[in-house]
Ligand binder design. Structure first.
Ligand code: ADP
Length: 482
């Protein structure tokens, strides 16, 4: 089963459930909050009624701006010394009170009349209403229920009183409330919901959150925590899974290596045993043939020797125990020595040597055995991974002031995805394994480490199916060039 099925799917389901749980909780919280807001609106409404119609010292009426009474069809404002008839185009009638100057006609008509007329229309059209908001006068008009008496109150007083009460009521809550008159809503509460006071439809309470930012974070804290935890879990599992996958791949590579090494030992050993057996039994009598048998035995023994050397070098490099002794060497000599190893084998005919450019005496500072071994490894690979009769070329020269050795073949090439990995220990490209060519996967690892120790590098260019070119680039030490 893949990691998606084991970890990611359950985590996604867990996240979804957590999200739903938190959402449901939020919805419930919102519902409770809404209930609480309605209760506050009812309480305020009751408080307001008590205050507006109470004649006591703290009541609204005691702070009234004007007093009026309804006399028949007329409304009389004694302090203004006018009475207002309900008819449409009928003018207010001035009258004089004892000890009060009669309001002159102009003042009444221009200042009071148009405003009071508007108020009257409202008052007359809704007989049951005990209170009216007289917007143009910024006043609140109250008719005391079941009486003919009424008062005009300051809307500022009304707002202050209501807001104070609201502040008291919402003190322990997570939301705030603002008293709103008519449609003059507070811009800051535009997004908040408003609740109307039912008996006074022109009053509203707007609700908003006290500390929007902090409140939201706190509300969603559980959700964030769960999502974070799930992400951490997924990352941890992916991390462990990848580690395990790498470990398993390494174990597989090691197992392949052991079987490859055994195979590499077994092949020359079996052919050596077969040759010896024939010699022992005296089946090879002709001296020329005997000579060829001995040559073949030496070649197989040398092959075994090289393999053992490679394994020992690899082990020493792995443990950082390999000793190097540096000297000045000519690139041409290094290639000569490397090619010499193949002298007695059939491979020798296939190796060509060349110098790039006019300068044939290029020096580097290097450990002779180690560098020769590197070139040998590259030549051996070039021969192994090419068709039997095709030549390989080992050449040297200077590129941009850097000494180099290149080994070029026209073999199977290396797939793009494997070009980095072939330098990792035990790694063998798929096409190499498929072509049944034997190998241990440590040759290039050795080359890379040795070149790094020399301050140089190894690189490869390749076209699958056409061939490869491996380059050893040396650090251009002044000492070597002198
Ligand atoms: P091996 O013993 O398998 O050759 P190396 O470390 O020398 O181990 O090489 C690692 C792998 O690099 C090889 O298994 C092969 O896949 C690839 N490789 C190396 N040289 C060549 C080449 N000249 N042509 C094609 N593939 C090569």
């Amino acid at each position: 089963m893949s990691i998606t099925a084991i970890v990611i799917l359950p985590s996604a389901v867990l996240c979804f459930l957590a999200f739903r749980a938190v959402r449901t909780e939020n919805v419930q919280q919102q519902f409770q909050q809404r209930q609480r807001q309605r209760q506050i609106a009812l309480v305020l409404e009751a408080e307001l009624k008590k205050w507006l119609f109470s004649g006591g010292q703290d009541g609204a009426i005691s702070q009234a701006l004007l007093r009026f009474h309804i006399s028949g069809e007329q409304i009389v404002f004694p302090s203004l010394a006018i009475s207002i008839p309900p008819g449409k185009d009928v003018r207010p009638v001035p009258f004089s009170l004892p000890n009060s100057p009669v309001q002159d006609q102009r003042t009444i008509e221009e200042i009071y009349y148009p405003r009071i007329q508007a108020f009257l229309r409202d008052l007359k059209s809704s007989r049951n209403s005990g209170a009216q908001y007289f917007r143009r006068l910024k006043a609140m008009v109250v008719q005391i229920p079941a009486t003919n008496e009424g008062y005009v109150l300051s809307s500022t007083n009304l707002t202050h009183y209501s807001q104070r009460k609201l502040d008291e009521l919402t003190a322990p809550e997570t939301f705030r409330a603002t008293f709103l008159l008519d449609e003059s809503r507070d811009a800051g509460l535009a997004s908040a919901e408003a609740i109307s006071l039912d008996d006074f439809t022109f009053f509203q309470i707007g609700f908003g959150s006290k500390e929007a930012g902090r409140f939201d974070v706190r509300k969603n804290f559980l959700l964030y925590a769960i999502v974070l935890l799930t992400l951490i879990t997924i990352s941890a599992v992916v991390f462990v899974y990848r580690g395990m996958a790498q470990e398993m791949a390494m174990t597989q590579l090691r197992a392949d290596f052991v079987s490859a090494v055994s195979h590499e030992f077994r092949t020359p050993l079996s052919s050596m045993l077969a040759l010896l057996e024939r010699l022992e039994l005296g089946r090879v009598v002709e001296p020329g043939m005997q000579q060829r048998y001995y040559q073949a035995l030496r070649q197989e023994a040398r092959r075994l020797g090289l393999l053992v050397e490679k394994l020992l070098d690899f082990a020493q490099l792995e443990e950082d125990k390999k000793k190097f002794s540096f000297e000045r060497l000519q690139l041409s000599r290094i290639i000569d020595e490397a090619v010499k190893v193949f002298k007695e084998s059939a491979f020798h005919q296939r190796i060509e040597q060349a110098c790039v450019g006019m300068d044939t005496a290029i020096n580097v500072v290097a450990d002779r055995t180690a560098i020769v071994q590197c070139v040998q490894n590259l030549i051996e690979n070039a021969l192994k991974y090419s068709p039997p009769d095709v030549k390989v070329l080992a050449r040297y020269g200077m590129k941009n002031g850097t000494p180099f050795i290149e080994v070029i073949d026209q073999g199977i090439g290396i797939p793009v995805g494997d070009r980095e990995k072939i330098f990792e220990k035990f790694y063998r490209a798929e096409n190499a394994r498929a072509s049944n060519v034997q190998g241990t996967g440590i040759g290039l690892t050795l080359v890379k480490r040795i070149m790094e120790i020399h301050g140089g590098s190894v690189g490869v260019t390749s076209t699958p199916g056409q061939g490869s070119c491996f380059s050893l680039m040396f650090s251009n030490t002044k000492d070597a060039l002198e």
